[in-house]
Design a protein around this ligand. Structure first.
Ligand code: HEM
Length: 126
């Protein structure tokens, strides 16, 4: 199996991730509340990963601030189990499509970011 190497690979990974995540019982309803137009969203998240893994691309944004806002909008109901599920789907999707150093990095980074996000969300509620 090949490794993640290009922006097309990231588009494929993110697109495949969302085809699982948007039909997930726990995460699906949250995504549908915020995302109407999937293709621009997928492109944005793929460009976030391009910046994260390859320090390239055009991503500009503040995912942490955005997820604090998502949590507020859903009445502070983003819990550890949502993040665990997100990370599970990300790891599964990555392993289904890719293998190698970048694939490992993508999984590791996602776990780290998910942990930090949840801690920040939790702190913001206090
Ligand atoms: C409980 C888990 C999560 C949920 C329910 C969730 C939900 C969402 C939603 C609803 C949006 C769209 C918000 C909008 O456009 O108004 C979004 C955007 C995004 N999410 Fe998440 N997310 C989760 C975890 C994560 C994690 C762990 C990462 C990174 C590793 C991540 C990366 C992103 C990025 C990059 C965007 C786009 C940011 C931008 O527009 O600049 N998310 N997320």
């Amino acid at each position: 199996m090949r490794d993640i190497e290009t922006s097309e690979d990231l588009h494929e990974l993110v697109s495949s991730f969302y085809s699982q995540a948007k039909t997930d019982e726990m995460l699906g309803p949250i995504f549908h509340q915020f995302v109407d137009d999937w293709e621009p969203h997928i492109q944005k998240v793929a460009s976030f990963w391009e910046a994260t893994l390859f320090s390239s691309g055009s991503y500009k944004g503040n995912p942490l601030a955005l997820h604090l806002e998502v949590d507020k909008t859903v009445h502070h109901s983003l819990e550890q189990e949502h993040f665990n599920k997100w990370v599970d789907i990300w790891h599964q999707t990555t392993d289904t499509l890719f293998s190698g150093e970048n694939a490992e990095k993508a999984k590791q980074r996602a776990s780290n970011i998910a942990n930090i996000m949840f801690i920040k969300i939790y702190q913001a509620r206090m």
